[in-house]
Design a protein around this ligand. Structure first.
Ligand SMILES: Nc1ncnc2c1ncn2[C@@H]1O[C@H](COP(=O)(O)OP(=O)(O)OP(=O)(O)O)[C@@H](O)[C@H]1O
Ligand SMILES: [Mg+2]
Length: 268
C-alpha cells in the first residue's frame, strides 16, 4: 500500500485473550490517513489494550494489523522497534521523567533514535515546544508546571521525531474542561497542520464530538458502531445512547454481583 492510499492502519479479526478473559473479540476496523479517529467505550472495555496492539506493544492472540499494508503481527522485537519509530504516543497520564527538565524530556526520542548534534536537538526541541505553545519552558522541571502543560510537553515529545501517526490515550483525563478543550484544539491543530493521522482513545463524549472525523465505539470486545460524530449522536443503539448521555440507568447495569461481572467479561 502506498502513502497515497486512504487507510494507514487496517485491523483484521483481532482477538486478544488474557488467560480466560477475552478482551478483544474479533475487531475489524480501518484508520483513515490524515484524519482523527476516536476510539470510545466504557471503562475496561479494552481501549488501551486495543491501542497497545496498534503500536506493537501487545501481540494479539490472532488476527492481523496492517500498517501501510505491512502486517506488524509476529515481528521480532527489533522489527517492532522499527515500526514503533513511525509512531508518536501520548500515554494515559503524561509519563514525563520527573528528574529531567521539560527540554530534556522532549529530547529523549531524538537522543535515542538519531545521531543529531546537541545543538540541532536543542533547536528541534525549541520548535516542538513552540508548536504546543510552550516557548521558553525548556529549563522548567515537570513539578513546576501544571497538568495541562505536562500533557503538552508529552505531546511535544510524541511529535519529536515527526511521526505520521500519533496515538493518544485519554489526553483529557484529569484535566479541567477548559484545559481539556485546549488539548483537543492542539490535537486538531497538529493533525491538520502537520497532516498527522491521529488515533485518540477517549471516553469524553464532548471531546470525541469536537475532534473526531471518525468514531469507533467498542463494547464487550467488539466494534459496536463506526461513524462520524453526527452518526454516533443519532445512533439507534441503546448502549451508545446511554453512553453518550452519561446516564446510570439503562442497559448498562449499575448494581451487579462480581459473578455477573466476570460472566459478562467472559461471555464477550
Ligand atoms: N496485561 C493484562 N493482563 C491481564 N488482563 C489485562 C491486561 N491488560 C488489560 N487487561 C484486562 O483487559 C480489560 C481491558 O483493559 P483496558 O485497560 O484495555 O481497558 P480500557 O478500556 O482502556 O479502560 P479505561 O477506560 O479504564 O482506561 C480489563 O478487564 C483489564 O483488566
Ligand atoms: Mg485505558
Amino acid at each position: 500500500m502506498s502513502e497515497s492510499e486512504p487507510c494507514v492502519i487496517e485491523v483484521r479479526n483481532l482477538i486478544k485473550r488474557f488467560g480466560d478473559l477475552t478482551v478483544l473479540n474479533g475487531i475489524n476496523v480501518e484508520i483513515p490517513r490524515g484524519q482523527i479517529t476516536v476510539i470510545m467505550g466504557g471503562s475496561g472495555c479494552g481501549k488501551t489494550t486495543f491501542l497497545r496492539h496498534l503500536i506493537a506493544l501487545h501481540q494479539p492472540t490472532s488476527g492481523e494489523i496492517l500498517v501501510d499494508g505491512a502486517n506488524i503481527v509476529g515481528l521480532s522485537e527489533k522489527e517492532m522497534n522499527n515500526v514503533r519509530r513511525k509512531f508518536g504516543m501520548l500515554f494515559q497520564g503524561s509519563a514525563l521523567f520527573n528528574s529531567m527538565t521539560v527540554g530534556e524530556n522532549v529530547a529523549v526520542p531524538l537522543k535515542e533514535h538519531t545521531d543529531l548534534s546537541p545543538e540541532i536537538i536543542r533547536i528541534i526541541v525549541r520548535v516542538k515546544l513552540e508548536l504546543v505553545g510552550l516557548t521558553g519552558f525548556e529549563d522548567f522541571m515537570p513539578h513546576q508546571i501544571s497538568g495541562g502543560m505536562k500533557k503538552r510537553v508529552a505531546l511535544a515529545r510524541a511529535i519529536a521525531l515527526d511521526p505520521k501517526i500519533v496515538f493518544y490515550d485519554e489526553p483529557g483525563a484529569g484535566l479541567d474542561p477548559i484545559t481539556a478543550s485546549m488539548i483537543d484544539r492542539l490535537i486538531l491543530d497538529l493533525s491538520k497542520k502537520l497532516n498527522i493521522t491521529s488515533v485518540v482513545v477517549s471516553h469524553e463524549m464532548k471531546s470525541a464530538f469536537r475532534i473526531a472525523d471518525q468514531i469507533i465505539v467498542l463494547h464487550k470486545g467488539k466494534v459496536l458502531q463506526v461513524g462520524t460524530a453526527d452518526e454516533i449522536k443519532n445512533s439507534k443503539d441503546s448502549y451508545v445512547q446511554q453512553f453518550i448521555h452519561g446516564e446510570s440507568e439503562g442497559v448498562i447495569p449499575f448494581k451487579q454481583t462480581s459473578e455477573a461481572y466476570l460472566k459478562g467479561l467472559l461471555s464477550t
